[in-house]
Design a protein around this ligand. Structure first.
Ligand code: NDP
Ligand code: GDR
Length: 338
């Protein structure tokens, strides 16, 4: 029988890769899309077919903060699996919009769990909660694993900790198949342009073709465990196929600084990052997470999951993609129609 899944955050980086994966596996995929005055579906446009065709991808308007509509949708679709990826996911922005971040990240997750609890009375449903390494914050143990205590440092991380615990509570209290994936940073050529890796690869490409001269960044000494998003959505799926609901860290087990990532990307283009990168304190955070390094041995042992793309390869994929994007931008700028 065809399995069905509902993805919140389907228009985001992870949502788009997960949709590809699930469609490839034969799933019927439903996505929650926020209404906006301009289209927000660029990352999944290549997968979407007209509703009048036999497409296995269906989009529905909705918002994580609208619990009633979300419940109605879940009861109507009756998905086998729900992947809750929707979030105000930018840590720096969460300081500017703490309340809104809590509503989407914290209350939004609760709304998903409540909807699943109601559906689960009649039909088994599994829930994946997109938890984050940011929950470790000012880390109390290195490397971080499933048993490492949380010590969140931002409004975003506090909201994710709330969502994490509610997921565990619904599993224990209501016997709901609800699992947390505690994912360390994962990036791609589809990463939002204000996250640091993509900001760097976008700028480096534009600098290479002469469209800009400088790149302004914040803290270059922060260290992150960066993987490739395509590897990580496979891990999300495996978490829900496991024999029992549980919580898993997904990470590469290697940490590098923002400065290292800059050096790597600029070198791949024959440039020296020190000639172009300048510090702008506006990108500093009120509290910084200095170092994240994940231990994903539990996922390896129980799910057979490992991150397969190393940082050099990730940087190469993103840098090449963004160089080509910059070349097209440059061409469009200089092209004079006859
Ligand atoms: P993105 O920021 O790329 O995507 C976020 C998605 O959430 C978008 O589809 C966005 O819609 C949607 N969204 C935002 N607010 C709402 C709302 N109120 N109601 C419904 N949908 C909403 O994030 P990623 O794909 O990178 O991350 C996916 C999830 O994983 C997030 O929850 C993130 O916090 C978490 N995570 C990410 C990690 C990473 O390194 N990428 C690591 C660990 C956890 P729109 O397109 O309209 O903005
Ligand atoms: P992060 O990712 O906060 O780890 O959250 P981000 O790429 O925003 O920052 C990583 C590190 O780089 C430093 N930094 C800058 N960051 C941004 N965005 N812009 C800059 O100019 C800049 N300069 C330096 C930051 O201070 C930070 O230390 C991501 C998100 O995807 C979350 O949703 C997810 O939960 C975590 O990863 C795991």
């Amino acid at each position: 029988m065809t399995k069905s899944a509902l993805i919140t955050g389907i228009t985001g980086q992870d949502g788009s890769y997960l949709t590809e994966l699930l469609l490839d596996k034969g799933y019927e995929v439903h996505g929650l899309v926020r209404r906006s005055s301009t289209f927000s579906t660029e990352r999944i446009d290549h997968l979407y077919q007209d509703v009048h065709t036999e497409s296995r991808l269906r989009l529905h308007y909705g918002d994580l903060t609208d619990g009633q509509a979300l419940t109605n949708l879940v009861l109507e679709i009756e998905p086998d699996e729900i992947y809750n990826l929707g979030a105000q996911s930018h840590v720096r922005v969460s300081y500017d919009q703490p309340n809104y971040t809590l509503q989407t990240v914290g209350v939004g997750a609760l709304n998903v769990l409540e909807a699943a609890r109601l559906l689960n009375k009649n039909k088994e449903v599994k829930v994946y909660q997109a938890s984050s390494s940011e929950m470790y914050g000012d880390v109390l143990e290195t490397p971080q694993k499933e048993t490492t205590p949380f010590n969140p440092q931002s409004p975003y991380a506090c909201a994710k900790v709330y969502a994490y615990h509610q997921t565990v509570n619904y599993r224990r209290g209501y016997d709901l198949f609800a699992s947390n994936g505690i994912l360390f940073n994962h990036e791609s050529e589809r990463r939002g342009e204000t996250f640091v890796t993509r900001k760097i690869t976008r700028a480096a490409g534009r600098i290479k073709v002469g469209l800009q001269e400088k790149l302004y960044l914040g803290n270059l000494d922060a260290k992150r465990d960066w993987g490739y998003a395509k590897d990580y959505v496979e891990g999300m799926w495996r978490i829900l196929q496991h024999s029992e609901a549980d919580d898993f860290v997904l990470a590469t087990g290697r940490t590098e600084s923002v400065r290292d990532f800059c050096r790597l990307v600029f070198e791949q283009l024959g440039l020296n990052y020190e000639d172009h990168v300048e510090i702008d304190p506006r990108y500093f955070r009120p509290a910084e997470v200095d170092l994240l390094l994940g231990d994903a041995s539990k996922a390896k042992d129980k799910l057979g999951w490992v991150a397969t793309t190393d940082l050099e390869e990730l940087a190469r994929i993103m840098t090449q993609h963004d160089l080509e994007l910059a070349q097209r931008e440059s061409h469009a700028k200089t092209f004079v129609p006859n």
